[in-house]
Design a protein around this ligand. Structure first.
Ligand code: NAP
Ligand code: MG
Length: 455
């Protein structure tokens, strides 16, 4: 096996080398997962729950060093990384409550008793991106294992380190050999092999819409179940009747959090025209004050981008003649830095407003009334997340219902909670993660009829 040189994006230096898996390693991992499946599905529900709780505790014991590893490898602020590892723990704890609650139904029928069971699928292939490496992995691994599946997890080649740690932590915490297998290698080789592999029953993928399309097409060959969490271009709709101070205070990190490399980034800020100037005036100090610095420094709010390629891609959306209204700071040092940037005013069909930039660039788009706000917000191929800011409760609910998006927050920029469903409308994806909904995507329903009156 050749080696993956893992780069620290804040310094551009190699921070680790790990073996690079190829198709053979994927096949071996699938074989281990397949061998482990019969015994894992047969583990008593309470015992499977205990193993998941033990795993949560073992991760929690490593909280600080996993957070530092993630912060360095993904270039994210240490405070954010700590929050993510805490959510990993919370996710395993939440799904530890599920093996004993995978309920079926009894259905009234003639001639007998009819009942349903939620059966595990078998070996599931999980493919995750580099922006939230371990936490997105946990959203898939935890429900998959809770439902009785065995797992082959493929982290992004840029950020394999915490997933590889998870594999070791799980073994040490008592998870049987072969139940959780990690293959670190390129998507075009390892990811593709998982998608094609005849023994893999399901692919759960988080990543770009472009790769997601290929995965859906590839999985069709063997009728694999597929769930997809894809890109976004979410709207942050600010009405004139909102608490403008609160909306302007929340808007920057709703885009610039994780240096904008967040599928939930509210990167289209729609502002009612009558308050546009006031809003921009309030936004300016907030954006200029964002601490863009070393991910390991406690006060840092935004780190570098993940790679030179990502920086080139983001830069292409801010050409010299771009309408830059506000620009924050960025270190003049090695590292893939890009300053928080606000473009205003922008038309909704401009390239910067239409495409997912996946970097710290926000577009401010004016609107005149509620009808136009909803029309503009929905005028996108995506539908993942979003916010609306208003003091009018009826309007808040009207807009929430009218927006074509899987998640919408009122007077808040939050998107994910462990106990609530997360996922996209339209080309932002298929299926839901987190909450009770995720379990449905890691099981098939079996219907059993038992004749009581002679068949
Ligand atoms: P990406 O290029 O689509 O990669 C995601 C994962 O897929 C990586 O592990 C990648 O492997 C793998 N992959 C690449 N080509 C593949 C192929 N042909 N077959 C199978 N797997 C393949 O996405 P990214 O650049 O890492 O992440 C950015 C994108 O993810 C953004 O569009 C963002 O919106 C989306 N995202 C969505 C969510 C959500 O929940 N909706 C969350 C986070 C990110 P390698 O990188 O190792 O080659
Ligand atoms: Mg990619």
């Amino acid at each position: 096996m050749s080696a993956i040189e893992v780069i620290e994006p804040a310094t551009e230096r190699v921070m680790a080398e790990v073996p690079r898996a190829g198709a053979e390693e994927v096949d071996a991992a699938v074989a281990r997962a397949k061998a482990a499946f019969p015994a894992w599905r047969a583990v008593a529900p309470a015992d499977r729950a205990k193993l998941l709780r033990d795993l949560a505790e073992a991760i929690e014991e490593r909280h600080e060093d996993l957070a530092r590893l993630e912060a360095r490898n993904a270039g994210k602020p240490i405070g954010d990384a700590r929050g993510e590892i805490a959510m990993v723990v919370e996710t395993f704890r939440y799904y530890a409550g599920c093996p004993e609650r995978l309920l079926g139904q009894t259905i009234p029928v003639a001639g007998g008793v009819d009942m349903t069971f939620r059966e595990p699928l078998g070996v599931v292939g999980l493919i995750v991106p580099w922006n939230f490496p371990l936490v997105i992995a946990s959203w898939k691994v935890a429900p998959a294992l809770a439902a009785g599946n065995t797992v082959v997890l493929k982290p992004a080649e840029l950020t394999p380190l915490t997933a590889l740690e998870l594999e070791q932590i799980a073994l040490a915490a008592g998870l049987p050999e072969g139940v959780l297998n990690v293959v670190a290698g390129p998507g075009s080789v390892c990811g593709q092999r998982l998608v094609e592999h005849p023994e893999v029953a399901k692919i759960a993928f988080t990543g770009s819409t472009e790769v997601g399309r290929g995965i859906a097409a590839g999985a069709a060959q063997t009728i694999k179940r597929v769930t997809l969490e894809l890109g976004g271009k979410s709207a942050n709709v600010v009405f004139a009747d909102a608490d403008l101070e609160a909306a302007a205070a929340a808007a920057p990190m709703a885009v610039f959090g994780n240096a904008g490399q967040d599928c939930c980034a509210r990167s289209r800020i729609l502002v009612e025209r009558s308050v546009l100037d006031d809003f921009l005036a309030a936004l300016q100090p907030a954006v200029e004050g964002i601490a863009v610095d070393d991910p390991l420094a406690e006060e840092t709010q935004m780190g570098p981008l993940i790679s030179a390629g990502q920086r080139d891609s983001v830069s292409s959306y801010v050409p010299d003649d771009a309408p830059v209204a506000i620009r924050g700071s960025a270190p003049e040092a090695p590292g893939y830095w890009f300053p928080p940037t606000v473009l205003a005013p922008v038309a909704n069909d401009d390239r910067a407003a239409a495409e997912e930039i996946f970097g710290p660039v926000a577009c401010v788009i004016p609107f005149v009334d509620e009808e136009e706000a909803v029309r503009l917000a929905n005028d996108t191929i995506y539908g993942l997340s979003g916010s609306a800011w208003t003091r009018d409760g009826a309007r808040a609910l009207r807009v929430a219902r009218a927006l074509e998006t899987g998640v919408i927050s009122i007077n808040s920029n939050t998107s994910v909670r462990v106990s609530t469903p997360f996922g996209g409308f339209k080309q932002s994806g298929v299926g839901r993660e987190l909450g009770p909904d995720a379990l449905e995507h890691y099981t098939d329903v079996k219907n059993v009829f038992y004749a009581t009156e002679g068949g």
